[in-house]
Design a protein around this ligand. Structure first.
Ligand SMILES: Nc1ncnc2c1ncn2[C@@H]1O[C@H](COP(=O)(O)OP(=O)(O)OP(=O)(O)O)[C@@H](O)[C@H]1O
Length: 248
């Protein structure tokens, strides 16, 4: 696994790295993503932004191994996603990545609590990390409490929750078991201002305490100031530059 030198200080551990990354959606004449290099280190909080359709969700899917690069490589903790089978990618992702999808991807018939516990069912690592202070179930309850989700909702099926409540369940599921990387695709879009600030407090604090890298996509510039690093996707994506040049 590579590191970034820090003068006299201990080098920072690179947890996500993309090199020469190119990806095109089937049937599209031009690549959607064309990035020379992107490195994200442990504990880093990254605000990824750019106009609608510039490829933010696509990049998140590539970073998390949901999609695989056409050229170049993306590695998580030194594992090149393209060298792993689909099943191995799924195992690696659930063990090391908490993903808050734009559409949440909760299992609609499972209870709120069981949704939060899902990563622990599929990953021994997440289970044992979640159980460090007691049991994984206690950790799930603790995260739901932190997310401000009323206790009387915990046994409800996920589909019976409001969109904003589902968003917070998805965040609790992403955080359980302290994954090294947390990916969040517009996770505050359905929250009011108070909830949004509380949500960010929990997410940013949990990632800092766990030394998890956080890659957070949002259109909401009010949120940007809370992140140490800002990445404007069109600035690093040569596909966007080429598209703009072609449009000119
Ligand atoms: N499943 C897909 N099949 C084909 N093209 C896709 C698919 N998903 C996304 N695209 C295309 O890829 C481009 C980038 O989409 P993407 O969703 O990554 O953008 P985004 O920056 O996340 O947008 P938004 O901010 O609106 O969510 C768009 O032109 C979109 O039409």
């Amino acid at each position: 696994m590579s590191t970034v030198p820090q003068g006299g200080a201990a080098p920072l551990r690179v947890v996500l790295a993309a090199e020469g990354l190119r990806f095109s959606w089937p049937g599209m004449p031009k690549p959607c993503i064309d990035i020379e290099a992107l490195r994200i280190t442990a504990g880093e909080a990254v605000f990824l932004h750019g106009p609608s359709g510039c490829g933010k969700s696509t990049l998140l899917s590539l970073l998390a191994g949901v999609l695989v690069a056409d050229e170049g490589r993306v590695s998580l903790l030194g594992h090149d996603w393209s060298q792993l089978s689909g099943a191995a990618r799924d195992r690696c992702r659930v063990a090391h990545v908490g993903y808050i999808f734009q559409q949440f991807n909760l299992l609609p018939y499972l209870s709120v609590l069981d949704n939060v516990l899902l990563p622990c069912r599929f990953s021994q690592r997440r289970e044992s990390q979640a159980a460090r202070g007691g049991s994984a179930r206690e950790e799930a309850e603790h995260l739901l409490e932190q997310m401000g989700l009323d206790r009387n909702l915990w046994k409800r099926q996920a589909m019976q929750l409001s969109v904003g409540q589902q968003q917070r369940v998805a965040a609790a599921r992403a955080l359980i078991g302290q994954p090294e990387v947390v990916i969040a695709d517009e996770p505050t879009s359905a929250l009011d201002e108070d909830r949004r600030e509380a949500f960010l407090d929990v997410l940013l604090t949990a990632c800092a305490v766990n030394n998890s890298a956080l890659v957070f996509v949002s259109h909401d510039q009010r949120i940007a100031q809370r992140f140490a690093r800002h990445v404007l996707l069109p600035e690093i994506n040569r596909a966007a530059t080429n598209a703009m040049a072609a449009d000119a």
